[in-house]
Design a protein around this ligand. Structure first.
Ligand code: ACO
Ligand code: HSE
Length: 480
């Protein structure tokens, strides 16, 4: 038996339970995934990781030849639970059909959802890695994921599919020509653009500027939530469009019955206090009182009793008897961003955010391969389906056109969406039908007869179980 086979055989596979990663509470957000423990792994940087967990989930059954693997690669904040964020694409007769394919999704290094990351245990230091987790690249993900797939018996990937960061992994997988049959990169890039690098930088700077960040040595329950929340707000804006926000929120006032002001609005002792409160509304690091405190301004006994009202809607006579006009300063669009930031800081870690955005920045299919993109891309010969979203301002449609231009055997499809980049996570029907069409053309051998019935997924997760989404679905916009 070869050394590499021995090595692959030494990878241990376990169920991922609460006890497997006691140090990492984020792992509990993902239901019934498995962990592969790779004894050691040399990263592209030269750093070595030991006892490396790789979280993954599977659906369906591997065929006897080991060739019906459909690999799904997740985006920045995704997890191995593809059914959670691409659920409508999974099921009999759909793009990800567990009766025909052995569907696998593996979690990327640096993510908090189970693979080695800042929130997992460093066996060398006997503590979590924190900010000392090494830089990992998309290529590192592909290499370590390949070891796990081989451990599961996969001999060949029939189709590799993913959006955004997932699409970067798909493009890197394509260079492994003997192992990967077809590719479906969506809303992604050949190299992380200056535009995207800059957005990532701005988001990291938000995190760094939070005093709770402490150079990354914060306690797990003392996350720099302001910085991380602000980073998610900025990122979310790049995932959507101006038109979508106009349609959803326009200039509507926030519904304070559903999204009230923070409950610690101080009672203003003066007009200056009151202005300061309005000025700082939404600043979750605000102190209880202005530094240049009361005493210098006119007392406003009339305001103090009613300041539990939204500060922006107060209508009171000031001491100079000028009637203040009620003026909204808290809009529905703001409550949406705050809500999303709040939701995100409960499910993601700040060091992991930095780790993954740095990984994105390193992405460049040319690196150490060729002097030009043209040369590098000559190596990719598999049939490819590239999808883009014309409203995507982050991974632009032009970038998808460029990918297809440089592919020998690529087809381009446009996902119609008003939502921008996130369209690949929201326009399920279009993504589903484009993939089915592509499979009919290039993967007919797997479509002819089902390998297993839906309930017999042999260790993989059944899709018939009712489950709750960790990440949420696009909700009914009309209700806001
Ligand atoms: C292929 C890949 O690799 S994908 C990567 C995977 N990524 C993930 O798995 C996570 C990424 N997920 C996402 O980015 C998102 O969940 C998406 C894009 C799938 C959908 O976005 P959502 O946030 O679920 O949808 P949407 O933008 O409509 O927001 C809805 C939420 O905002 C709330 N909301 C809507 N309007 C407002 C408002 N004005 N004020 C406050 N809250 C509001 C809703 O109540 C809803 O709350 P809920 O999530 O608790 O139900
Ligand atoms: N909404 C996606 C977009 C990143 O491509 C995520 O959070 O992962």
């Amino acid at each position: 038996m070869s050394d590499i086979q021995n090595y692959i055989d030494s990878i241990e596979i376990t169920d991922c339970s609460h006890h497997s990663q006691q140090e990492n509470h984020f792992v509990n957000l993902i239901s019934s995934q498995k962990l592969a423990i790779v004894p050691s792994f040399v990263l592209e940087s030269g750093d070595v990781l030991y006892e490396v967990p790789v979280a993954f989930k599977t659906w369906g059954k591997l065929n006897a030849e080991g060739t019906n693997c459909l690999l799904i690669c997740h985006a920045l904040s995704g997890s191995a639970d593809a059914a959670d964020w691409w659920g409508p694409l999974m099921g009999p007769g759909r793009a990800f059909d567990p009766q025909r394919f052995f569907i696998v999704c593996l979690n990327s290094l640096g993510s908090p959802y189970g693979s080695a990351s800042p929130v997992t245990w460093n066996p060398e230091t006997q503590t979590t890695y924190g900010p000392e987790f090494p830089l990992t690249t998309v290529r590192d993900d592909v290499q370590i994921h390949k070891l796990v797939l081989q451990r599961l018996g996969v001999k060949h990937i029939a189709m590799a599919v993913g959006g955004s960061m997932g699409g970067m992994l798909v493009l890197e997988w394509a260079f492994d020509k003997d192992f990967v049959g077809t590719i479906v990169p969506i809303a992604t890039s050949l190299r992380h653009s200056a535009w995207c690098i800059s957005w990532c930088e701005a988001q990291r700077q938000s995190i760094y500027s939070d005093p709770h960040f402490k150079d990354g040595y914060y306690e797990p329950d003392e996350q720099p939530v302001c910085g991380l929340g602000a980073a998610r707000m900025a990122a979310l804006l790049t995932y959507r469009t101006k038109g979508s926000f106009e349609r959803r929120f326009s200039r509507a006032a926030a519904d304070t019955t559903r999204h009230p002001y923070p409950d610690h609005i101080p009672t203003p002792l003066s007009n200056n206090d009151a202005r300061w409160v309005v000025h700082n509304e939404g600043n979750i690091n605000r102190s209880e009182r202005p530094a240049r405190s009361s005493g210098v301004s006119t007392p406003t006994s009339d305001m103090s009793s009613s300041f539990s009202q939204p500060p922006s809607l107060l209508s009171r006579r000031q001491s100079n008897d000028v009637l203040r006009r009620p003026m909204n300063t808290y809009f529905s669009a703001q409550s949406y961003l705050r809500y999303q930031a709040n939701k995100f800081v409960k499910r993601f870690d700040a060091n992991c955010y930095i780790s993954i955005t740095r990984k994105l920045d390193t992405h460049d299919v040319m690196r150490d391969r060729a002097d030009t993109l043209e040369q590098a891309m000559q190596a990719i010969t598999q049939p490819a389906l590239v999808m883009g979203i014309e409203t995507d301002g982050l991974f632009t449609f032009d970038e998808q056109v460029e990918i297809v231009r440089l592919l020998k055997n690529g087809t381009l499809k446009s996902i119609t969406s008003a939502e921008g980049h996130d369209g690949f996570l929201l326009e399920f029907d279009q993504v589903n039908s484009y993939i089915l069409e592509f499979q009919k053309e290039h993967l007919q051998q797997f479509l002819s007869s089902p390998l297993v019935d839906e309930k017999n997924t042999e260790g993989g997760e059944s899709l018939t179980t009712t489950r709750e989404s960790v990440f949420g679905e696009m909700e009914d916009m009309a209700s806001w």
